[in-house]
Write a protein that binds this ligand. Structure first.
Ligand code: ZN
Length: 276
């Protein structure tokens, strides 16, 4: 599944090239998870603004005649990828949306069709507001500091690992990144959130940022053609310290890495380096 780093890498790859582009045509293929929410033809003539990201959603703002005309919220679902193609080949059976512009065709390819392209009047209105409701803070938001993280976690009894994965405190910590950030911070994934004091919250936030920044960096190097939306997690996994390493020695202390299941997801951790 494309995680936040892949989506961010995708955003960086298209943002500069699409900013200011004029839409000249829209082609819709098989239905996606949600309908577009406006007439496809009504997008023709609109100009795209700078692509933004919220969680795993991309936001492509639109303007017509110099006035804001909402935007398109894009989600890559389980298997989606976006490519900006100068001369696109004929759409295949998995190519479900083509946004044709004077800078190239932005194509959504999604074999499993859990992805979506949805028009909304604004990021905080209509379908966008619904889909983004309940998302936690952006991990790189400068207003998210250790005190804010501590305040968000101090009332919770749930273990920290599934709480990170839920994304309602902070977004972006997919399974591999949550495991690696907790290892980096030396925190046992079973620790109840409310036992994490300000100092450990500060360490956790720093670790999460380090891990995600590295994944974005690796995605930038592996997603050269931006067709493989799973490149960042794949490349990142190759240097994972605990994720996928059950039974192998911890690279820091030599103890055996363990796997447990929390909220139906595998958690990997070092029982010696990570403390409850
Ligand atoms: Zn260890």
């Amino acid at each position: 599944m494309p995680e936040m780093p892949e989506v961010e890498v995708t955003r960086r790859s298209i943002a500069g090239r699409l900013d200011g582009a004029r839409i000249t045509g829209v082609r819709l293929g098989a239905p996606l998870r949600w309908p577009l929410g406006t007439e496809a033809d009504s997008l023709v003539g609109c100009h795209l603004g700078a692509a933004a990201r919220r969680g795993k959603y991309l936001w492509l703002p639109l303007a017509a005649g110099g006035r804001a005309r909402g935007g398109l919220l894009v989600h890559l679902g389980m298997s989606g990828s976006l490519a900006l193609l100068a001369s696109p080949p004929p759409a295949g059976r998995h190519d479900h949306v083509d946004l044709v512009t004077d800078r190239g065709t932005l194509r959504l390819t999604d074999p499993r069709r859990f992805g979506a392209v949805v028009w909304a009047p604004a990021l905080d209105a209509g379908m966008a507001a619904k889909l983004l409701a309940g998302l936690g803070a952006e991990p790189f938001d400068p207003t998210l500091d250790a005190a804010a993280l501590h305040a968000a976690l101090r009332q919770r009894r749930a273990p920290i690992k599934p709480a990170l994965l839920a994304g309602d405190v902070v977004v972006g910590a997919g399974n591999i990144y949550a495991c690696e950030a907790l290892f980096d911070a030396g925190i046992d994934p079973r620790t109840p959130c409310r036992r994490l004091g300000p100092a450990r919250c500060a360490r956790l936030l720093a670790s999460l940022r380090r891990v995600l920044a590295r994944a974005i960096e690796l995605g930038g190097s592996t997603l050269r053609d931006f067709r493989d939306a799973h490149g960042a997690a794949g490349a990142f996994q190759a240097e994972a310290r605990v994720y996928g390493r059950e039974g192998q020695p911890c690279t820091r202390c030599g103890a055996t890495v363990r796997r447990i299941v929390q909220a139906q997801r595998s958690t990997y951790f070092c029982p010696r380096c990570q403390h409850g």
